[in-house]
Design a protein around this ligand. Structure first.
Ligand code: ASP
Ligand code: MG
Length: 407
């Protein structure tokens, strides 16, 4: 008998018919002699709808009340799913996060799980139940309801799989796995059979929004094998996210990603003296602006240019800060450019192969795509290019590294 944790996303339980279909699939799995713990998200767009409703009431939303509100969506799903399973003749019981002792820290709207009371789950399983648990929610030490950040049901599922020592954690979603690139951009993108935690983490933070990043960090930390699969086409196996093994390095580049949501800022004519960068970036950190790439180039005459990227949604806030900082540090000019995109290649094989950067730059150069900024990590290489050419750049790199032939 295997213990399986399954998670179904909001689109899989968006209406009564879909709930019935999911129930049927769960019951089928149970009858193959498995023990099942099922995590569900709120139906369809319910979380967004609830947020919109709150926005119509106030601009100063209390995070505690937002959590109180949003956590109701998952409660709808678990009750309906339990009923649908009963209807098919199997025993099932639903629990909220509170009821199974999912204890988090007190950071409302992005709480972190501290502990889970696995006894409650095991007791319910022993009585022959399919155990259904609300994703995305927990309670803090004051018994206040918390939520784990958007997409947080993935994290609930992985955390449960870790504490229950499940044999497998399956994430059922509206895509049938992780692809070498976004198939809407690259028609011959391939589904990846196996990907390491680190590659998946890079891909997720670079815009491949298959799973919440935090859930993958969790899976890595507790060594949980995660299978991402389609809830609409359950015949396909999907992608396994797992521990890195040596043979994974044979594939140099596992995927290409594209992000369109960054903007670039440049401070021109900045005097070259200690403390300048500290001043700029502490001022931005103080107002919670996250900075991604940073490049400083030094001119001959002790005058620098400092360029960096931020999320487009932070551009206005960033400009306000820079206008003040520029005067203090005596910078000559500020330039902002929203028409950029970040193209990245990711793969653990980049650690052991040389010439990957050269190959990436050459492929772009041959197609006259200008590179604006570059950043690297051990298993990732990113370039900023003009947004209008971003999709083309992704296709070029997908071809260059033969990703259509890789499985
Ligand atoms: N319902 C929550 C959201 O939409 C959590 C989740 O879907 O995982 O973000
Ligand atoms: Mg959702």
């Amino acid at each position: 008998m295997a213990l399986i944790v399954q998670k179904y996303g909001g689109s899989s339980v968006a209406d009564a018919e879909k709930v019935k279909r999911v129930a049927k699939h769960i019951v089928g799995n149970k009858r193959k002699n498995n023990e099942l713990v099922v995590v569900v998200s709120a139906p369809g767009e319910m979380t967004d709808d609830l947020l919109d409703m709150a926005k119509k009431i106030t601009d100063n939303r209390s995070d505690r009340e937002i959590d109180m509100l949003l956590s109701t969506g998952e409660q709808v799903s678990i009750a309906l799913l339990a009923m649908a399973i009963h209807e098919q003749g199997e025993q099932a019981i639903s629990f909220t996060g509170h009821q199974v002792g999912i204890v988090t820290d007190t950071t409302h709207t992005k709480a972190k799980i501290i502990s889970i009371n696995e006894k409650k789950v095991f007791n319910a399983l022993e009585k022959g139940n399919i155990v259904i648990i609300a994703g995305f929610q927990g309670v803090d030490e004051h018994n206040d309801i918390t939520t784990l950040g958007r997409g947080g049901s993935d994290t609930t599922a992985v955390a449960l799989a870790a504490v229950l020592k499940a044999d497998l954690c399956e994430i059922y979603t509206d895509v049938d796995g992780v692809y070498t690139a976004d198939p809407r951009i690259v028609p011959n993108a391939q589904k990846i059979d196996t990907i390491s935690y680190d590659e998946m983490l890079e891909m997720a933070s670079l815009g491949a929004k298959v799973m919440q990043s935090r859930s993958i960090e969790f899976a890595k930390k507790y060594d949980v094998d995660v299978q991402v699969r389609s809830s609409f086409n359950t015949n396909t196996i999907g992608t396994l996210i797992t521990k890195e093994v040596l043979s994974m390095e044979k594939v140099v580049v596992r995927g290409v990603t594209c992000e369109m949501d960054e903007a670039k800022l440049s401070l021109i004519g900045v005097p070259d003296r200690p403390g300048v960068a500290a001043k700029i970036f502490t001022s931005l950190a103080k107002v919670n602006v996250g900075v991604d790439m940073i490049v400083q180039s030094t001119g001959e005459d002790g005058i620098n240019t400092i360029s960096f990227t931020v999320n487009k949604s932070d551009l206005k806030k960033t400009m306000e800060i820079l206008n003040k900082v520029a005067i203090e540090i005596e910078a000559k000019k500020i330039l902002a450019d929203e028409h950029i995109a970040k193209i990245s290649i990711v793969g653990v094989g980049m650690r052991s192969h040389c010439g990957i950067a050269a190959s990436m730059f050459e492929a772009l150069a041959l197609n006259k795509i200008n590179i604006d900024m570059i950043s690297t990590s051990e298993i990732k290489l990113s370039c900023i290019v003009e947004d209008l050419r971003a999709h083309e750049a992704v296709r070029i790199l997908h071809d260059r590294f033969n990703l259509a032939d890789i499985k």
